[in-house]
Design a protein around this ligand. Sequence first.
Ligand code: CTP
Length: 419
Amino acid sequence: MDNLRRLISDPDLLPLPKHDLIRRIADQSAALGMPCCLVGGFVRDVLLKQPLNDFDIVMEGDAIKLGKALVKEFGGRLTTHSKFKTATWFIGDNEFLDLITARSETYTQAGALPTVKPSTVEDDLRRRDFTINAMAMRIDGDHFGELLDPLNGQKDLQAGIIRVLHPRSFVDDPTRMLRAVRYEKRYGFQIEAGTLRQFNDEARLVLSQLSGERLRHEFDLMFDEENALSMLARASELGLLQPIHSVLAWDEKIKARFLLFLENRLPVTQLHLWAVWLMSLSSAEIKSLGKRLDFTAETLKCALAASSIFQSLNAIPDMRPSQCTEWLDEMPVDAVFAVSKSIPQEKPRKMLDTYLAKWMHIKVHTAGDDLKKRGLPPGPKYKEILRRLRAAWLDGEVESVEQEERLLDILLENKGATR
Ligand code: CTP
């Protein structure tokens, strides 16, 4: 108990404002006489001495009552869901906290959302995914710092083991298979042998029927992790990719692309990683996968562009800089970045890098207004001339403002002179 209390008072682990917030909630729940706990990942990470930020609150009784008391005392605003007795407390501009009433769950149909009813914190822990996520730390009144660990999560945490709570866990919720992989590779843990056996065909079948949005969310979470690459490799090894979509694969070539891409020191986003993963697929395959995983328009566009660049790698070295630039200007810059940093071929890689570092930023000095002043009537010719001038800069045909003006003179004298 002292241990947990001491750990969450460590400002290197939990920022002070968060600690104060927990104390306020603790006081209010004690005043209402409701047992109140921090649960799940927060407790796991406290015990692992990992930096903490987000926390989940579960209480016995009525979380809406606690929410109302908190708003009365400290301000903010509350939204409530009376069916589940949960509330969200909006504290500041960007800060909010979910207050949950402890509940137990029954799954009437595999993979569907469960039926819930109010219960104790201990029951609430029993509906969770893994023992290491099924611990709670009580915070109300004198109980502050008490560990509730009915499923021996602490022991598994010490041994580095990911273990489900019951044999049907993955059939109830197959996203847990992807979560198991994420925790295994994040912490360098092992999935326990009995749990590993539950990565079976029945669970994979339910996985194949799961909504695209839930599945994509799991991949996006992996992409936010440092060890995303080993997570994808492990998901493939455990047969989790094919049931989701037949084009979703993992092989040495994809791995090599990821390794190369992750060598770059620039910020990496989910969008980039989708592009790196999928660029060797055809556009039809990407569209089909996008439909299955309910891709956002941005992800779909980026992956399709990456694939189109990837299919043209051999042609890139023969392009003039202006040709290459005009083509890439039509693509999302994230797609160009993803391809340029993940391919080994030196020539196209260099061209894509030059596009990102230099060509895409090149602008002409002449503006539409200048053309007007020179007596050219507004029309499609403007775009054509400006494009021709930019191409001249890109291809090294002009290298100074004077040279650009001279070329403009020629173009205006001879209005047909566009390439
Ligand atoms: N949970 C679960 N089954 C799921 C998703 C979540 O049992 N499919 C439970 C786990 O107890 C988990 C808690 O809900 O600890 C909160 O879920 P989430 O916020 O997704 O995970 P965290 O534990 O906060 O872990 P992470 O660090 O990965 O965000």
